[in-house]
Ligand binder design. Structure first.
Ligand code: PLP
Length: 421
């Protein structure tokens, strides 16, 4: 029976039959969210990994306000505008060398769809059609049909399986078994005539915050390069400082052929995404033959207000203070993990840059672990926004988080374990 008070809004990734409370948020400020009934919640997951410098960062808000009064939307097919032009130029300066063109879209999923379409379009337009995509086990790239196809098959997409296209998956590089991943990638590159390999660099997010070392990323890129397979880096989650560097690929000195960025691109203020690519991928579509056009768009492509917000965000990244803040969050996070490493209730205590993750040692693990919803409501009762992936608890805060807030978050995690297992 649906509760009388339920609004008619269908929330994402939410089982309404089990949701005990849906807090109404009226304001955001820094690392905090404020509810209509006067509570202050610490946002320990940056509102789904998007809020980098804190909620309502004044410089980003000012840029949005200014742009909204000037030009708030214009068709981007055949037209351009200053916020998009300046943003693209800045992105090309900040991203790994070799990325020469910027294609705008609206979300992480669409940026990945664009990447896949660029890859297939490239091969077709140079007269060597290829369509097979190589992927990594446990990956997540979004919830559209294409992105689900290149993501792990499981509970997230079981109902849609008949619509998903076939891919070749290489094993996740478990510690001590990295060579198996590299061998599988090499074999798939040789055997399957693939168009591209898509991967989340250094850390697989929704797949369980699974981390692997930079040398594996570097090797995977080398293998793809050797076999002329396009290397797509999905930095939708890892971008904008999350792994300690601006982009995860920097740590492996990898220049992807195609790269996807979203989430923190606007500092978490507005939806926007970009897919960057090598010049020859653009060139393969550049022709007087209209059939070679890159047929992709959405109505709000390169929305000027979102571009202005992203430009303000990139401005913040030009400052040393921002990078220092990222380094300091990484240190503060590491310090708090020590106690958990020595605690038998937890397994796989780990960190990549500003992200930490650990598993509660329960008999039924995985995304549907029974403990998941209990943990979520416990954290809500402590005014902490944490959203475990089953029994995997992770902390991915905005970079303005304080030591005291982190203490409160980790005390909540420890107490939840006392209370629930
Ligand atoms: N790619 C990765 C690595 C992600 O983590 C996500 C979302 O979490 C996506 C793509 C999809 O992004 P969006 O939810 O903005 O569509």
């Amino acid at each position: 029976m649906k509760p009388e008070t339920t609004s008619r809004i269908w929330h994402p990734f939410t089982q309404h039959a089990l949701q005990d409370e849906t807090p109404k948020i009226v304001r955001g400020d820094g690392a905090y969210l404020y509810t209509a009934d006067g509570r202050r919640i610490i946002d320990a997951i940056a509102s789904w990994w998007v809020v980098t410098h804190g909620h309502c960062h004044p410089e980003i808000v000012a840029a949005i306000r200014k742009q909204a009064e000037q030009l708030n939307q214009v068709i981007f097919a055949g037209f351009t505008h200053e916020p998009a032009e300046e943003l693209a130029a800045l992105l090309l300066k900040l991203t790994p060398p070799g990325l020469d063109y910027v294609f705008f879209s609206d979300s992480g999923s669409t940026s990945v769809e664009v990447a896949l379409k660029m890859a297939l379009g490239y091969w077709r337009n140079i007269g060597e059609p290829r369509s097979r995509i190589l992927v990594m086990q446990h990956s997540y790239h979004g919830d559209t049909i294409g992105t689900m196809s290149v993501g792990a098959r499981g509970v997230f997409n079981a109902a849609y399986e008949p619509m998903l296209f076939d891919v070749t998956s290489v094993p996740f590089p478990e510690r001590g078994h990295e060579q198996a991943t590299l061998d599988a990638l090499e074999a798939a590159c040789r055997g399957d005539n693939p168009a591209a390999f898509i991967v989340e660099p250094l850390i697989l997010g929704a797949g369980g915050m699974l981390m692997y070392p930079a040398w594996v990323l570097k090797e995977m890129k080398r293998i793809c390069e050797t076999h002329d397979v396009l290397f797509i880096a999905d930095e939708v989650m890892t971008g904008w400082g999350r792994t300690g560097t601006l982009f995860a690929c920097e740590q492996a000195d990898v220049s992807p052929d195609v790269a996807c960025y979203s989430k923190g691109l606007t500092g978490g203020s507005l939806p926007l995404a970009v897919t960057l690519c090598r010049a020859d991928i653009f060139d393969a579509h550049y022709s007087r033959d209209r059939q070679r056009t890159f047929f992709h768009s959405s109505s709000y492509t390169a929305n000027p207000i979102a571009c202005a917000a992203a430009k303000a965000n990139l401005g913040l990244w030009q400052r040393q203070e921002t990078r220092k803040q990222v380094a300091s969050v990484a240190v503060m996070q590491e310090e708090r993990l020590a106690a958990f490493r020595a605690d038998a209730r937890f397994r796989n205590v780990r960190r990549s840059g500003t992200i930490t993750a650990l598993e509660l040692d329960v008999p039924d693990g995985g995304y549907l672990a029974g403990i998941g919803p209990q943990l979520q409501s416990y954290f809500r009762s402590r005014n902490l926004l944490l959203r475990p992936l089953g029994n995997t608890i992770y902390v991915m805060p905005p970079y303005c988080i304080t030591a005291a807030d982190l203490d409160a978050i980790y005390a909540g995690i420890s107490d939840a374990s006392d209370a629930l297992i």
